[in-house]
Write a protein that binds this ligand. Structure first.
Ligand code: GLC
Length: 725
C-alpha cells in the first residue's frame, strides 16, 4: 500500500512540476516542441546544412521554409544563383548601398546605427530574406587586415555600443541579424585555418565584448562562426567559444551558422555547437559534413539525438521569432520600387557626411568658398572610382553611386572650371599585391601636375579601393603605404600648387607620407556608399561641418602597431599569438607613450569646442545603479557643429600589466555657435570591471579611479576622480 501511494505521489508531482514547468515555457518553446516532435530524423538533418548557396534546408510538409540568407553589411547582395556564385542578373535587385561599418563607427552616433540597421533590415525583408549576414564586428587588431573596413573599431566598448542598435534595427523588421565572425577573425591571411592563441584576459575584455552585447543586449538571433581556429579547434564549432561561453554563459538561444566552407568535421561540428553548415555547391549539399555523414553518425549511435534536437530547437526558435513558419510565398513583384527609396538614400548621405574625419585644417583652409572659386583640379583615381562592386562578399549592386567628380560637376554645373586628372591607376596585374601596390605611372603624375598648375585649388582623392590586397576580403594589405605612387603624386602636386586638400578614402589605417606637413588640409573617410561624392562635396564646401572621429588609431608606421611591435602577425606555421594581449590600438600607444599619426577618437571641426565644469560624484557604491558624469561643452567658433566627447577611465592603482585607460562612455552633442551644452554620460560599475581569469568572472576592484573626458583618446580636456567602494 505504502509503495503504491508513493508511486502515485511521484506521478502527481511529476505531472504538477512537469505541467508547471511547461506552463512557464514561452509560447515559442511550446511550438518548437510541437514541431520537433513531428520531424523525422532525415528531415532534421536536412535543416542542418546548406540546401543552396544562400539557403539552408526546410521541411515543406510542416510549413518549415528554407532559411534564405543574404550578405552583407553594406546592403543586400545582388541575387546569386541557387547553387553557385554566379549572378542571376535580375533587373529589379538594385538596392541601397550603405557606407561601410568603419564609416558608421566614425559617426559615434548610436541613433544613426539604429537607423542603418532598420534600413538594412527593411531591404532584406523586401528581397525576401530571413537572415542578413551582418554586422561584422571583429576587432581591428592590425592595420593590414583586408576586412577592417567591414568592421567597426579597435575598441570593444565602441563596438558594443554600435553593434546593439544595428542588430535591433535589422531584427525590428522580422529579419535575423547574423553577427560575425565569431570569433578572433582578425586577419585574412590564412583565414581558413590560422590558429589564434590569445590569453583569456584579452579574449574576454577585447575580442568578445561586442559579441556578448549582441547576444545579451540585442538578442541577436544568429551568429556566424569564423573560419579560423582558436586554441587549435575551428571557431565555428569551438567547444569553449560556442558551447561554454556563447550558449552556456551567455545563454544564446539562436543558431550558429558556419562561414561558407568553414566546417571541416562531422563529429566535432555536431558535438561542439555548430547548428547550420553553410557553403556553396562545390560539394553536393547532401555530402556536407552535417548532411548524410551526420545522419550516418547518428544511426551508428556516435551522435546522440539530443545534439540534433538542440540544433533543431535553435533553428525553429529563430524561425518562430521571425514568424516564417507557413509564411506566404516570396513575391518579387513591385520590389524594385520599394528598394533604394529616397528615405534610405538620404540616410546613407547622413551617415556619410557624419563619418568624414577632418584630420588637418591649417589656417582654416577648408571649407572652400564655392561662390568665389574660378577653377578647381580634381585629381585621383578615387575621384571617379565606384566602390560598391569591390571588397568581396560585401558587394552591392546600388541603384547609383555618386563619385566625388560627379558630385562636384553637378554642384558647379559649368560655373567653375573643373580639371580632372587621374593621377594614378590600378595596374592590370593587380593580383600580384606587391607589384600592384608599388607601381607608379609617371605619365599620369605629370598630367596631374599640369592640371594642378593651371587650377586655383586642388582636391586629391586618394587612398585604397578594394582591389586585391587593398581593403579586400581574402587578402591582407602587405603594407600601410598608399599604393600606386600616391605619395609621389601628392608631393609633386603640392609643389606646384600649395592650395591642395587631400582626401584619403580608406577602411583601415594607412601611412601618411611626408607630404602631410605641406598640405593645408586632410580629410579621411571609409567607403561612404551611394552618396559618397555628395557627402565629400558638402563637407569640403562647408554645407556640412565635419564631425567624424577615428574609430581606429592611425600609426605613424606599421611597426608602431602593437600587433607588429609586440604581437605576431600573420603568425608562423599556421599559428598566430596575440602577444600584445590587452594592448590593442590606443591601449598600446597610450600605455607605451608611442605617438600615433592620429589617435583613436580624433577628428577636428570647422569650429572649436571648450570643455568645462566637470562634475563627478565623489564615490560609487558597487550596488549603485548608474551615476551621472556631467560637464559643459561650449562652441567657441563661428559655426554650428557636433562634438563627440569621450569618457575614459584610468585605475589610479594601475599596474603596468594593464592599459592606462579604456573608453567607457561617449556622447555626441550638436552645439550652435556661441552656445554651451551640458553633457551627461552615465556610468555604472560595469565601467570599472575587469575580467579575473582566476575567478573566471568579471570583478571590480574598489579604489580610486580617474575619469578622463576627451575630445580624443590623446586630447584629454577634463579630469576628475571617483572612489569605488
Ligand atoms: C564569406 C565571408 C562571410 C560571408 C559569407 C557569405 O566567406 O567570410 O562574411 O557572409 O562568406 O558570402
Amino acid at each position: 500500500m505504502k509503495i503504491k501511494l508513493s508511486f502515485s505521489l511521484i506521478y502527481i508531482l511529476i505531472f504538477f512540476f512537469g505541467f508547471s514547468s511547461c506552463k512557464n515555457q514561452t509560447a515559442i518553446d511550446k511550438k518548437v516542441e510541437k514541431l520537433l516532435y513531428q520531424l523525422t530524423l532525415e528531415e532534421k538533418i536536412n535543416m542542418l546544412h546548406a540546401s543552396g548557396t544562400f539557403t539552408s534546408g526546410g521541411v515543406p510538409r510542416l510549413g518549415i521554409p528554407e532559411l534564405r540568407m543574404s550578405d552583407g553589411p553594406c546592403g543586400i547582395r545582388m541575387e546569386i544563383n541557387r547553387n553557385d556564385w554566379k549572378l542571376c542578373n535580375w533587373k529589379n535587385d538594385e538596392v541601397t548601398y550603405f557606407p561601410s561599418q568603419t564609416a558608421l563607427a566614425s559617426t559615434w552616433d548610436t541613433s544613426l546605427a539604429k537607423k542603418f540597421g532598420t534600413a538594412l533590415g527593411q531591404e532584406s525583408k523586401i528581397r525576401g530574406k530571413h537572415i542578413q549576414l551582418a554586422p561584422g564586428i571583429n576587432i581591428i587588431r592590425t592595420p593590414l587586415n583586408g576586412r577592417n573596413w567591414e568592421y567597426l573599431s579597435e575598441d570593444p566598448y565602441l563596438v558594443s555600443k554600435m553593434v546593439v542598435p544595428i542588430i535591433q534595427g535589422i531584427q525590428y523588421n522580422g529579419i535575423a541579424a547574423c553577427v560575425k565572425h565569431f570569433a578572433l577573425n582578425n586577419q585574412e591571411t590564412q583565414r581558413g585555418f590560422i590558429d589564434v592563441d590569445v590569453n583569456e584576459q584579452a579574449l574576454r575584455e577585447i575580442y568578445l565584448p561586442g559579441f556578448e552585447a549582441a547576444v545579451k543586449e540585442a538578442e541577436v538571433l544568429t551568429i556566424m562562426g569564423a573560419y579560423n581556429r582558436f586554441h587549435s579547434q575551428y571557431a565555428t564549432y569551438n567547444e569553449y567559444l560556442i558551447q561554454d561561453i556563447l550558449k552556456g554563459e551567455w545563454g544564446f538561444k539562436g543558431a550558429v551558422i558556419s562561414d561558407w566552407g568553414a566546417c571541416h568535421s562531422t563529429l566535432e561540428a555536431a558535438l561542439c555547437g555548430l547548428d547550420i553548415e553553410m557553403g556553396n555547391a562545390r560539394t553536393p549539399f547532401n555530402q556536407f559534413y552535417m548532411a548524410n555523414p551526420l545522419l550516418n553518425e547518428v544511426k551508428k549511435g556516435k551522435v546522440d539525438i539530443k545534439y540534433i534536437n538542440d540544433k533543431i530547437r535553435r533553428i525553429l526558435y529563430v524561425m518562430l521569432r521571425l514568424n516564417v513558419i507557413n509564411e506566404p510565398k516570396f513575391d518579387t513583384s513591385g520590389m524594385y520600387k520599394r528598394l533604394a527609396i529616397p528615405e534610405r538614400i538620404a540616410l546613407t548621405r547622413q551617415i556619410a557626411e557624419e563619418s568624414i574625419v577632418l584630420l588637418k585644417n591649417q589656417n582654416n583652409f577648408l571649407p572652400l568658398d564655392a561662390s568665389t572659386i574660378k577653377s578647381i583640379a580634381i585629381i585621383g583615381d578615387n575621384a571617379t572610382k565606384k566602390h560598391a562592386g569591390g571588397g568581396g562578399s560585401t558587394v552591392v549592386k546600388p541603384r547609383f553611386e555618386i563619385t566625388p567628380l560627379e558630385a562636384l560637376q553637378n554642384k558647379f554645373k559649368g560655373k567653375v572650371q573643373i580639371n580632372y586628372a587621374r593621377g594614378y591607376e590600378v595596374p592590370q596585374n593587380s593580383w600580384n599585391i606587391d607589384s600592384s601596390m608599388n607601381s607608379i605611372n609617371e605619365k599620369l603624375i605629370m598630367e596631374a601636375v599640369e592640371v594642378a598648375k593651371k587650377s586655383e585649388y586642388v582636391l586629391i582623392f586618394g587612398g585604397l579601393n578594394h582591389n586585391w590586397g587593398n581593403d579586400s576580403e581574402g587578402a591582407d594589405k602587405h603594407s600601410m603605404k598608399l599604393p600606386y605612387g600616391q605619395d609621389k603624386l601628392i608631393s609633386e602636386i603640392i609643389k606646384v600648387n600649395p592650395k591642395t586638400a587631400v582626401i584619403i578614402i580608406c577602411g583601415s589605417p594607412v601611412e601618411i607620407g611626408g607630404w602631410f606637413e605641406k598640405t593645408p588640409a586632410l580629410l579621411q573617410s571609409s567607403y561612404l556608399g551611394m552618396e559618397a561624392g555628395n557627402a565629400y562635396s558638402e563637407v569640403i564646401f562647408g554645407d556640412v561641418n565635419p564631425s567624424g572621429k577615428l574609430s581606429f588609431t592611425f600609426p605613424k608606421k606599421l611597426k608602431d602597431s602593437p600587433a607588429h611591435a609586440i604581437g605576431e602577425y600573420p603568425g608562423e606555421k599556421g599559428k598566430v599569438i596575440y602577444k600584445e594581449g590587452l594592448f590593442v590600438g590606443y591601449r598600446y600607444f597610450d600605455s607605451k607613450n608611442i605617438e600615433p599619426m592620429f589617435p583613436f577618437g580624433y577628428g577636428l571641426s570647422y569650429t572649436s569646442f571648450k570643455y568645462d565644469k566637470l562634475a563627478v560624484p565623489s564615490e560609487l557604491k558597487l550596488n549603485d545603479a548608474e551615476i551621472p558624469v556631467s560637464f559643459e561643452i561650449k562652441n567657441t567658433g563661428k559655426i554650428d557643429g557636433k562634438e563627440t566627447a569621450q569618457l575614459y577611465i584610468h585605475n589610479e592603482k594601475n599596474n603596468s600589466g594593464r592599459p592606462y585607460k579604456g573608453l567607457k562612455g561617449f556622447e555626441k552633442a550638436s552645439i550652435k555657435t556661441g552656445e554651451s551644452k551640458k553633457v551627461i554620460i552615465k556610468i555604472d560599475k560595469k565601467a570599472f570591471q575587469i575580467y579575473d581569469t582566476l575567478k573566471c568572472k568579471w570583478v571590480v576592484e574598489p579604489g580610486k579611479y580617474e575619469i578622463l573626458i576627451g575630445s580624443s583618446s590623446k586630447d584629454i580636456r577634463l579630469k576628475g576622480s571617483i572612489k569605488l567602494l
